[in-house]
Design a protein around this ligand. Structure first.
Ligand code: ADP
Length: 439
């Protein structure tokens, strides 16, 4: 303040001195006025500099000033610096927030009051098939063309979610996108999307499964209750009674097998994959399932099958023994059930050069035409329905084999020529294979 006053005084006195020296008192007054004018001009220029800087409000570019202007600049610089820090923090928080929404598995789109896209995460763009950068500012109505979406927007019935087709892996295979709009603020909208393709697929699978199981159980149950009613109401000859009871027992057995396969399934699905701690002799597994297959052949076939094992390398397999037995025995029992009596069945283990172990079963049965091969391991999928039923099949055998193979990190493969026979192979990865300790 003192400095400003002395500046003013200096200029006024210099002006007055110049006036007095030049001529008279009047000139001295004029000189003093000129001095004060120059002072206020200088002051105005400083104020202008300060205002120009305040307009840009960048703390780092504060002008060099003196006196009271310096203090004013310094105080403003501190306030601006504080605001800049606050703005930086808010920006960082916004970035983090957007990054979090970006990584969400759900799609998020912000729409302005006119329904234009203000912001969208990549997931929403992928769900709805637009470009999250290029299509910013576009009306969502023009980008999402599904009629159900247009009517949803038109009726503003946002209390429910709708489902539309999204861009799937192929045009014939669209994904299923669930979408809901939540209005907020001043006519703005938050649009959330979710890919429910897998969910719907699982739901369809569940429905199919329940329908299939019900169907599989209803048939023997109908037969059984029919026979029960007959036995209750009609006096039967002893021979008929024995025949009826045999048929009833067959149907009960069929239901039992189905329930047992279903339980195997639920055990497989409900337990963690088998570890590498339990090692089993491959020869032991083979011997056990071969014995079972021979027994089955004696019951089902006339003449019995020629069932052979091929000499194998001595190996141990890591995994759940009961599961492995169930998988191997399913393959062998299929070979017995579908190959006409007298046919040849060969089974065994072999070690591939890449370290994988394979269990194979080859038969001289009817073979399977190629269009059925990709679907063989689906639950309840049967090629020869009547042969399957006649021989006590549930349609779950190969699905169980596939499940067991996958739980052990392995695969199931089928090669078949119609009219000539089939070869089923389970391959297990090297981590689950080691040489027999005594070999
Ligand atoms: P199923 O209990 O009906 O045998 P699977 O899942 O074990 O069910 O087999 C599915 C279908 O694959 C069978 O219904 C049968 O038509 C066919 N199949 C399986 N193994 C053989 C085989 N070795 N030879 C011919 N067809 C077979």
């Amino acid at each position: 303040m003192i400095r400003r006053a002395s500046e003013l005084l200096l200029l006024v006195s210099l002006g007055a001195l110049w006036g007095w020296y030049a001529d008279s008192t009047l000139w001295a007054v004029f000189g003093a006025l000129l001095g004060s004018l120059i002072w206020s001009l200088l002051d105005h220029l400083r104020a202008r500099r300060l205002l120009d800087w305040l307009n840009k409000a960048e703390a780092s570019r504060a002008p060099e000033m003196s006196g009271v202007w310096r203090e004013l600049t310094e105080r403003n610089r501190k306030i601006i610096k504080k605001l800049e820090k606050k703005a930086q923090n808010s920006d960082a928080r916004l970035e983090e927030f957007l990054a979090a929404i970006q990584s969400s598995p759900n799609g998020v789109v912000l729409l302005d009051a006119a329904g234009r896209i203000e912001w969208s995460n990549l997931t929403a763009a992928a769900h709805l098939g637009f470009d999250p950068q290029r299509d910013l500012g576009q009306s969502v109505r023009h980008l999402v063309r599904a009629p159900v979406f247009a009517s949803y927007l038109a009726h503003a019935d946002f209390g429910r979610e709708i489902q539309i087709d999204g861009p799937g892996p192929r045009p014939s295979q669209p994904s299923q996108i669930s979408l809901q709009i939540h209005p907020y603020g001043k006519k703005r909208k938050l649009m959330l999307t979710r890919d429910v393709t897998a969910l719907q697929w699982a739901e369809a699978m569940r429905r199919d499964f329940v329908a299939n199981v019900s169907h599989e159980i209803r048939t023997p149950l109908t037969v059984l209750s029919g026979f029960v009613e007959t036995l209750q109401t009609i006096e039967l000859e002893e021979a008929d009674r024995v025949r009826y009871l045999a048929l009833m027992s067959q149907q009960a057995q069929r239901m039992q097998t189905l329930v047992s396969d279903l339980l195997t399934f639920s055990r497989l699905e409900g337990s963690p994959p088998p570890g590498l701690g339990q090692w089993t002799d491959s020869e032991e597994l083979l011997a056990q399932v071969l014995q079972e297959a021979q027994g089955l052949s004696q019951v089902l076939a006339q003449p019995v099958h020629d069932i052979r094992a091929v000499a194998a390398p001595a190996i141990w397999i890591a995994g759940a023994k009961t599961e492995l037995l169930s998988a191997l025995s399913n393959l062998l029992s299929n070979a017995v059930r579908y190959t006409p009596g007298g046919g040849q069945i060969v089974a065994g283990w072999r070690l591939r050069p890449d370290g994988w172990a394979e269990f194979f079963v080859t038969d001289t049965g009817p073979g399977i035409s190629s269009e059925h091969l990709p679907r063989l391991t689906e639950r309840f999928y049967r090629v020869d329905r009547s042969r399957s039923r006649e021989t006590g099949g549930t349609g779950l055998g190969l699905a169980i084999v596939k499940h067991v193979a996958q739980r052990h990190g392995g695969l199931i493969d089928v090669q078949s020529v119609l009219g000539q026979g089939s070869t089923f192979v389970i391959s297990l990865p090297p981590t689950r294979v080691r040489p027999h300790p005594l070999a």
